[in-house]
Design a protein around this ligand. Structure first.
Ligand SMILES: Cc1ncc(COP(=O)(O)O)c(C=O)c1O
Length: 445
C-alpha cells in the first residue's frame, strides 16, 4: 500500500480515480481591495463590518461572496479538499510571480541581496502571528521539513521511547520508524476513538502510556483525518513536568483557528503555510523554543558558529525566494479576513453539511461537534459505501473533489474541507449529491 494514502496524492499503486446598503459599503471596498493590490483598503472594508461578532459574520453571504472574488480557482469544480493543499488568493499569487520575475533578472543579486533580506520581515510576521520571538522561527518548505528537522535532529539513545498516535500523519510516523530501524529508538502509537469521549480522555491516554524511557511526545494539534483538535497545552505541561519534550504537528492548525504559542506551550511546532494560511505552495514554518535550539541538529549541515541560531535550519542551499517572500502577503490576507471570522465560517460550513447528512441511514459523522475540538475539517462515513467509490462518483457525476481517509481496522470515509472561498451553493450541492446516493442505497454503476 502507498505510504501516504491521503489527499489525492499520486499513488503508483492506485492510479487516480446583510442588508443592501451594508453589503454595498463592505463589498465595494473589499472587491476593490482584492482586485487591486491594496490590503490596507481591504482592512478598512472589513472594518466596515462594524465589530459584528464573528459567528454573525460567518453567516453573512455578502461578506463571503466578496472574499470568494479574491481567488482565481476553477469554478467548475467544487473543491472540498482544501486540507491537502490550498490555493492562494490572487494577490498572493501575483506577489509570488513578481518576486519570481525579479529573481530571474539577475538571480545572484536579486535573490541574495534583495529578496533574502526580506525573509527577516516574513520571520517577524510569522513570529507575531504565532506569538513567539522571531529568533525562534525558521522558514521551511512545508510541515514535513519543519517536523523532520526536529524528529531527526534530536539526540535520542537506543531504547528511548517516543509516544504518538496511530492517527498522526503517516510521513511523520515513517520518520520515527526510520529512527527505530537505524538507531533502535522505540515508537509507541496510541489509539483513540473518534470522536473521543473528551479532551481530558486524550490527556489521560498519553499520561498512562508514559514510561521511565519516554523522551518525546509527538501529537497533532488537529489531525488530518477526522479533524480532532488535541488538548495540546495540557499534554505539553503534563509532559514537561516529567522531563519529556513535546513536538506538535500543526500542519492543519495554523490559521485554521486562532491561537498563539502561549495556548500550547510546546517545545517544537511545525506547520505548513500552504494549507490554511493560503501562502504559496512550498512554504512552512518551524518553531523551536529558544533554549532548545542548540540541542537540535539541522537536517542539512550548518557551521558550528550557527549552533544557537534558528537560521541554521534554513541552510538548505540555493532555493527560490519567491514563495517565501510572498508569505507576508498571505498573512495580510489572513488578518484582513480575521482569524475568528475564518474559524467561525469554517464551523458554520461544516455544521451545514454534517447536520444535513447525519440523519440519513448509515451515516456517521466522526468529527467532534464540540467547537473546542473541531473546526473546518469534517468527516463522514457511510455504512455499506466504499469511500473510494463514493469519492469517484462525486467527482465524475458532480465534479465534487473530496479525499478518502482510512485508519486501518478502525474507520474509513470522506474528509471534507471547504475554504473561505467555498459558497453555500457548493456545500448544498455536496449535500444534495450525498443525500441522493445514500437514499438510493448504492452507487450507480
Ligand atoms: C497532520 C499533517 N502533518 C504533516 C503534513 C505534511 O505537510 P506537508 O505536505 O505540507 O509537508 C500534513 C499534510 O497534509 C498533515 O496533514
Amino acid at each position: 500500500m502507498h505510504p501516504y494514502p491521503f489527499d489525492n496524492r499520486p499513488n503508483p499503486a492506485y492510479p487516480d480515480p446583510m442588508d443592501r446598503r451594508k453589503f454595498l459599503a463592505s463589498s465595494a471596498g473589499i472587491l476593490a481591495a482584492f482586485q487591486g493590490d491594496s490590503l490596507a483598503r481591504a482592512q478598512s472594508a472589513v472594518a466596515s463590518l462594524g465589530g459584528r461578532p464573528a459567528d454573525t459574520v460567518a453567516r453573512d453571504e455578502d461578506f463571503w461572496f466578496n472574499i470568494r472574488h479574491a481567488f482565481t480557482v476553477d469554478r467548475n469544480m467544487i473543491n472540498l479538499n482544501n486540507g491537502g493543499v490550498a490555493p492562494s488568493p490572487k494577490i498572493v499569487m501575483d506577489t509570488e510571480i513578481r518576486y519570481l520575475e525579479m529573481e530571474n533578472l539577475n538571480p545572484s543579486y536579486y535573490m541574495w541581496q534583495v529578496l533574502d533580506p526580506g525573509l527577516e520581515t516574513v520571520r517577524r510576521r510569522l513570529a507575531r502571528t504565532f506569538g513567539a520571538d522571531p529568533e525562534e522561527i525558521a522558514i521551511t518548505r512545508n510541515a514535513s521539513e519543519a517536523l523532520e528537522i526536529v524528529q531527526l535532529g534530536m539526540n535520542l539513545q537506543r531504547g528511548d521511547e517516543v509516544l504518538t498516535t496511530n492517527q498522526d500523519y503517516p510521513r511523520m510516523i515513517t520518520t520515527w520508524q526510520q529512527r527505530e530501524r537505524r538507531e533502535g529508538i522505540v515508537l509507541k502509537q496510541i489509539k483513540f476513538p473518534v470522536p473521543p469521549p473528551s479532551m481530558d480522555y486524550l490527556v489521560k491516554i498519553f499520561e498512562d502510556a508514559i514510561t521511565p524511557k519516554t523522551k518525546v511526545i509527538h501529537i497533532c494539534h488537529i489531525t488530518n483525518r477526522t479533524g480532532q483538535i488535541f488538548p495540546v497545552k495540557k499534554i505539553c505541561q503534563m509532559a514537561r513536568a516529567r522531563g519529556i519534550e513535546t513536538i506538535v504537528d500543526g500542519a492543519h492548525a495554523f490559521a485554521q483557528f486562532p491561537f498563539t504559542h502561549a495556548d500550547l506551550d510546546c517545545d517544537y511546532y511545525g506547520t505548513s503555510l500552504h494549507k490554511w494560511v493560503l501562502a504559496p505552495i512550498g512554504t512552512g514554518m518551524l518553531y523551536v523554543r529558544k533554549n532548545k535550539i542548540p540541542t537540535i541538529w539541522p537536517m542539512m549541515a550548518a557551521p558550528d558558529s550557527m549552533q544557537d541560531n534558528i537560521r541554521k535550519f534554513e541552510e538548505i542551499g540555493t532555493h527560490p525566494a519567491s514563495q517565501r517572500n510572498a508569505i507576508t502577503e498571505a498573512l495580510n490576507f489572513h488578518e484582513s479576513i480575521g482569524p475568528e471570522r475564518k474559524a467561525e465560517r469554517f464551523r458554520y460550513l461544516r455544521k451545514r453539511w454534517s447536520n444535513a447528512l447525519r440523519p440519513l441511514p448509515g451515516v456517521k459523522i466522526l468529527n467532534s461537534e464540540d467547537p473546542e475540538q473541531s473546526c473546518a475539517i469534517g468527516f463522514v462515513s457511510v455504512e455499506g459505501f466504499d469511500p473510494g467509490k463514493l469519492h469517484d462518483y462525486l467527482w465524475s457525476k458532480y465534479r465534487i473533489w473530496t479525499t478518502t481517509v482510512t485508519t486501518p481496522g478502525e474507520y474509513s470515509g470522506l474528509r471534507i474541507t471547504p475554504n473561505v472561498y467555498t459558497t453555500l451553493e457548493e456545500v448544498d450541492t455536496f449535500i444534495e449529491a450525498m443525500t441522493k446516493v445514500i437514499k438510493r442505497g448504492s452507487i450507480p454503476a
